[in-house]
Design a protein around this ligand. Structure first.
Ligand code: ADP
Ligand code: MG
Length: 234
């Protein structure tokens, strides 16, 4: 069995085992042991429940096993490009549009992601697109390259998929405030990690974000921002 640690976060260790991901919630020695077990169990359960609920609605990894005794979730490994590392090099306008559409569906299910950053988004380009990519690199004439590039963009936008992962901080809520905070955190994450394109990305995301009550949600964002500034000053 080939096992490799992918990430060791504050709350969990992520292993890749063969073609699976195992997310293991680790022990926290600063918590009372009994409480620690309870928290790890309930977060594992809640993350698995949200993934299961979302599988029919958006692209999320397939759940394989939920092991509440060992606080593990086994899920499908998504082979793709993590947006935190690749967004600028990819078709970020199309991807931003997809983010807006995904968040529409998520919030219409009254689910808040809780940690909307580009580290929790994986882009999977379809195979046809990969084939064309190799043709583009082989094409000698600029004209041929140009037309292949146009075909490629169309294929990508039609068939490529954006996966949302990491529902460890996810929860159910109908509140305008919670949905607006989700967007606000995404905006902050874009500004921090992708500052050159952040404004444009966020505009496209909002343009494609159309859940119930979207006007109220969007109007709440500057209010949340101004509260943040107030907190810093005082
Ligand atoms: N299903 C998956 N497929 C591919 N990579 C994954 C998957 N789940 C997690 N990862 C990788 O592991 C990292 C951490 O996993 P995540 O669930 O976000 O845990 P954390 O709560 O520590 O952020 C992700 O940023 C991603 O690189
Ligand atoms: Mg994460």
């Amino acid at each position: 069995m080939k096992s490799q640690i992918i990430q060791q976060g504050a709350e969990a260790i992520i292993y890749k085992v063969n073609n699976k991901i195992v997310k293991n919630r680790t022990k926290k020695s600063y918590r009372i042991p009994e409480l620690d077990k309870k928290i790890r169990k309930s977060r594992t359960k809640s993350e698995a429940k949200i993934i299961e609920k979302l599988k029919k609605i958006i692209n999320v990894p397939k759940l394989i096993i939920t092991d509440l005794v060992n606080h593990n979730i086994h899920m499908q490994y998504i082979q793709g490009q993590k947006l935190s590392e690749h967004l600028e090099k990819l078709n970020w306008k199309e991807i931003s549009k997809q983010i807006g559409e995904i968040l529409t569906k998520l919030h219409n299910q009254e689910i808040i992601h809780g940690d909307l950053t580009t580290s929790n988004m994986i882009y999977v380009e379809n195979n046809n697109s990969n084939n064309i990519n190799s043709q583009i690199s082989q094409a000698t004439h600029n004209k041929a390259k140009k037309s292949l590039n146009i075909i490629n963009d169309n294929i990508k936008s039609n068939n490529s998929k954006l996966f949302l992962i990491d529902f460890g901080l996810g929860f159910h809520s109908k509140k305008i405030e919670d949905k607006a905070v989700d967007l606000h955190l995404l905006k902050q994450a874009l500004n921090a990690k992708h500052y050159k394109i952040a404004d444009k990305c966020f505009k496209i995301i909002i343009k494609n974000y159309k859940p119930n009550q979207y006007k109220l949600i969007i109007e709440r964002i500057p209010i949340i921002e101004s509260r943040g500034r107030y907190k810093k000053k005082h």
